[in-house]
Every structure is written in structure tokens, then in C-alpha cells.
Design a protein around this ligand. Structure first.
Ligand code: FES
Length: 134
């Protein structure tokens, strides 16, 4: 049985859209069920200024992606990377035991997006430094 919060986020997902001008994106999938999510982020001054996602999956994966985007918005990259699956489940007033694994999906995709952003930033700095002597 799903909580009212899960139903609310499933029926009206927050921040569910593609972001073609994202600073980075990241994805995660669950091969056991085929569910898949991509998160998009924009970063300003080390904070997640904008977050969106597209998800193909179960009710719980939609609801957990939605609440993940809401909870992570405005956090620093480090704060967002430190978010735990248990926070996501708690914010939804719980998930049925067999659906708790779904809370990993959105968070994994968000972490992937943040890590991709950090790698991009390091690559840009490294390229600037290697070109600065020319
Ligand atoms: S059943 Fe696949 S993530 Fe929920």
C-alpha cells in the first residue's frame, strides 16, 4: 500500500522534463525490472540550481525521482552526493518493503549527473591549463 505522498508525487511528478541545456546529466537503470531514469542538472556556485529528470518506471520510481529532485534542489554538490536512500523513503512517508529498492534509482542517476559535472569541470580546468602556455 502506497502512502498519500507517494500517490501525490506519482500523479503529479515535480520537475519531470527534459533539459537540453543542462550542465550535466546522469542515468541509472535497474536490469531486474527495466526501469530507467535520467537526471539533468544546472549548477550555480556549487549548488544545484535546477534539477529535472525523465523516468520510465514503476509508481515508486516516479515518486522517488520526483521527491529526490525536490529535496536536492538548492543543495551543494557535496550535500546532494551525501543524500541517503532512507531520506527519500522517509520524505515519502515510507514505501512498501518490496519497493524500497526503487528509491535507489533516482538518487543513483542524480549522483551520476553530479559526478559527470565534476569530471567535466576538472577536464575544462585541465584543458585550460594545458593550453595556457601557448
Ligand atoms: S520496480 Fe523497478 S525501480 Fe521500481
Amino acid at each position: 500500500m502506497y502512502s498519500d505522498k507517494v500517490i501525490e508525487h506519482f500523479m503529479s511528478p515535480h520537475n519531470a522534463y527534459s533539459m537540453p541545456d543542462a550542465h550535466a546529466e546522469g542515468s541509472a537503470g535497474d536490469i531486474s525490472c527495466g526501469d530507467y531514469v535520467t537526471f539533468y542538472i544546472k549548477v550555480d556556485d556549487n549548488r544545484l540550481q535546477q534539477i529535472s529528470y525523465l523516468v520510465f518506471g514503476c509508481c515508486a520510481s516516479v515518486a522517488t525521482s520526483s521527491i529526490t529532485s525536490v529535496l536536492a534542489k538548492g543543495k551543494t554538490l557535496q550535500e546532494a552526493l551525501a543524500m541517503k536512500e532512507s531520506e527519500i523513503v522517509e520524505a515519502l512517508d515510507g514505501l512498501p518493503e518490496h519497493k524500497v529498492h526503487c528509491s535507489n534509482l533516482g538518487l543513483s542517476a542524480l549522483r551520476d549527473a553530479i559526478n559527470n559535472y565534476i569530471i567535466q569541470q576538472k577536464t575544462e580546468v585541465s584543458n585550460e591549463n594545458s593550453c595556457s602556455g601557448r
